[in-house]
Design a protein around this ligand. Structure first.
Ligand code: NAG
Ligand code: NAG
Length: 178
């Protein structure tokens, strides 16, 4: 009786330390795996529209609409320890006060390797407003495609897969009511 219990106990301690070692090996081995895929990102056009004066929307608040074209083959980021990728497009600009702003304007979760070969022409998914209500005297923006890799085991890793070559100014002209 006693020996059976001790044996089971030893066996399960052994198995759980094996499992821990295996998990640690997976986490470490996927860190050694350094894919650094690069794609292209172009901003086709940026327009500024005044808020429509809907309820809860300040009429004088300007919204930027950014049309982009992004292509990137992110399949190398899928390895044995990749659960999913979180992709996002970020705008970086300095406002009229010289404060640096980083705004996520679009994102996507990629769960399969097939979907990781990205080719998207689209427009910002999230409202893009400047804190100071207009984009007047705001510096030009850089845009980048970034990702974080969510592993089955271990820590998130981050990277940048594309960036605009030149800074893109915000237009000074407000378009008519959208
Ligand atoms: C989008 O970018 C890709 C890669 O630079 C290019 O081949 C493609 O023609 C572009 N599409 C449009 C509609 O501009
Ligand atoms: C945009 O990129 C250029 C070149 O890398 C850099 O000099 C500039 O500071 C960047 N601007 C912002 C607002 O991040």
């Amino acid at each position: 009786m006693h020996t059976t219990y001790a044996r089971i106990n030893n066996a399960s301690a052994f198995l759980s330390s094996c499992a821990m070692a295996l998990l640690a090996m997976i986490a470490v081995s996927s860190l050694l795996f350094t894919a650094d895929p690069k794609g292209t990102l172009a901003i086709d056009n940026v327009q500024i529209y005044p808020g429509k004066g809907r309820r809860y929307v300040n009429k004088n608040h300007d919204f930027a609409f950014v049309h982009f074209n992004v292509t990137a083959d992110l399949t190398p980021l899928f390895n044995w320890n990749t659960k999913q990728l979180f992709l996002y497009l970020q705008a970086e600009y300095e406002d009229a006060k010289g404060t640096k702003n980083e705004v996520v304007i679009w994102d996507r979760i990629v769960r399969t390797k097939d979907a990781a070969n990205l080719a998207v022409q689209g427009r910002n998914k999230y409202a893009f407003r400047n804190v100071a209500s207009t984009f007047k005297n705001v510096g030009p923006a850089n845009y980048s495609l970034r990702y974080s890799v969510m592993p089955y085991v271990g820590l998130l890793t981050y990277g940048e897969a594309a960036r605009t070559a030149d800074v893109i100014p915000f237009p000074s002209k407000r378009e008519g009511v959208a």
